[in-house]
Ligand binder design. Structure first.
Ligand code: DNO
Length: 358
């Protein structure tokens, strides 16, 4: 696939080197971010330029950012949001200047994605991240302690220290924010930034809530097709788009992921795909990450790739998570090996589908 990418945490914080990524066959894009700019601040041009040059010097491209995170004041709808939105617009303009085409973001209150175990051991002794509702610790503070301990000193995306430090305060701040209020605040944000995106040709790609259901009493607004239809209508523009994360949506067995792809790619509303597989466990809603192959997980990756092919998808795609294998001990869920195997598999499916159709 022409825009196959690999998420990378930067030379200071990723054990994986750009050279390693370059050696994964069929990989052209790095999906990156500036991890040292606090949420809400403008991304400085010099830092964007440095990242861009570093990636290009390694023979790769940087056209997708994951993520430019949204300050909680925007999600809560505080008066201070206007300044943060101005900053966001400036970040969009700065990124556009360096050829960025897609910005992935999410609109989840307080927490980004959540797992209850970052090292769940499978029978082949590989390790994966897992979510089991029975293992949810109801006190968010305790949950955070657990994630910190499990992530072995790595900062997990969305779990940045400055954010975790103020979780108690955030919970209080969100107390009046239900799903409809959160949606209203998303609209306020989109109405302000999408015209800038259109002007700069940068597409916003909202990431689904992961897992796709309310947690700790906090609302979730991108869980399924109905939510996508509602979000799409908040601001009619192809610049108001989605990241279709097959895993996040697929975590709810009621979501028909290939059908969602067919609908939203055909409408040109899905510029970015996270192609990962997951395996359902005993209780409904429980799952663990798996190798990308259909035979290893619960999602039909052939149908997913075929849906992309049939709708003429030419956006950006990356593998995700998989297992920690072959003794690799890095940031949980972001190993080199299984994501590389995932890319090879996805590209193989694509080649077969392409040949079948020609
Ligand atoms: C987890 C990731 C998320 C994602 C953000 C997008 O592995 O998929 O952290 O990057 O939700 O803003």
């Amino acid at each position: 696939m022409k825009n196959m990418g690999f998420r990378w945490y930067g030379s200071n914080d990723d054990a994986i080197k750009l050279k390693d990524i370059r050696q994964i066959p069929g990989t052209t894009q790095v999906v990156g971010a500036l991890f040292d700019v606090p949420v809400g601040e403008v991304w400085p041009k010099e830092k964007i330029a440095a990242l861009k040059h570093e990636v290009e010097a390694a023979g790769l491209k940087l056209e997708v950012i994951e993520s430019v995170n949204i300050h909680d004041d925007i999600k809560i709808g505080l008066p201070s949001r206007d300044q943060y939105i101005e900053n966001y617009k400036e970040t969009i303009r700065n990124l556009a200047e360096y050829g960025i085409k897609v910005i992935c973001y999410n609109f989840m209150p307080v927490f980004d994605w959540l797992r209850t175990n970052l090292h769940y051991q499978l029978s082949d002794e590989s390790k994966v991240m897992a979510f089991q509702s029975s293992k949810l610790v109801n006190d968010p503070d305790k949950m955070i302690e657990k994630v910190k301990k499990d992530s072995q000193g790595f900062v997990m995306p969305g779990w940045e220290p400055e954010r975790l430090a103020e979780v108690k305060r955030l919970f209080t701040a969100y107390s009046g924010v239900d799903a409809s209020k959160l949606t209203e605040n998303l609209k306020y944000f989109l109405d302000a930034i999408i015209p800038v995106c259109a002007e700069c040709d940068v597409r916003m790609a909202m990431h689904p809530d992961d897992p796709p259901r309310p947690l700790f009493g906090l609302p979730r607004i991108y869980k399924n097709r109905e939510d996508m239809l509602a979000i799409e209508q908040l601001h009619e523009s192809k610049y108001n788009g989605f990241t279709i994360c097959t895993g996040s949506l697929g975590e709810n067995p009621a979501n028909d992921v290939p059908a969602i792809i067919r609908e939203f790619v055909a409408k040109d509303r899905a510029p970015f795909i996270h192609a990962r597989n997951i395996k359902f466990m005993g209780n409904e809603g429980d799952f663990h990450e798996s190798a990308h192959l259909s035979s290893e997980g619960s999602l039909d990756m052939y149908e997913i790739m075929k849906a992309l092919y049939d709708t003429g998808f030419d956006g950006y795609i990356r593998p995700d998570h998989g297992r920690d294998i072959w003794g690799e001990e890095g940031r949980p869920g972001y190993g080199l090996y299984d994501r590389a195997l995932g890319i090879t598999y996805l590209n193989g499916l694509w080649e077969a589908i392409e040949k079948e159709n020609n």
